[in-house]
Each structure stands twice: as C-alpha cells, then as structure tokens.
Design a protein around this ligand. Structure first.
Ligand SMILES: [Zn+2]
Length: 48
C-alpha cells in the first residue's frame, strides 16, 4: 500500500485518510504537498 507523507507536518497520510478530504490534502494541517512514500522493502542484493 502506498503511503504519503505531508511536507509540512511530516504526518503520514494514508489513502483512506485522503478519501475523507476531497483531493490530495493533508487532513491534519491542510497542506497539499505530499510526498509519496513506499513502505520499506528489504531487498537482498548480490554483492561481490
Ligand atoms: Zn500536514
């Protein structure tokens, strides 16, 4: 699931929270600038 992070208050915004507010907007402070944030994925990289 894709998460968003508010640029101003650094609050994590879930897509379910954005459904409440029309458009992409931070439900806490009303900031419209959100960063897309992916959940941390552990990847094994072959290093040699
Ligand atoms: Zn915010």
């Amino acid at each position: 699931m894709t998460q968003y992070r508010c640029q101003r208050c650094k609050e994590t915004v879930l897509p379910t929270d954005m459904k409440i507010v029309p458009g992409i907007k931070c439900p806490k402070c009303g900031n419209r600038i959100l960063f897309k944030e992916r959940p941390p994925v552990v990847r094994k990289v072959k290093a040699r």
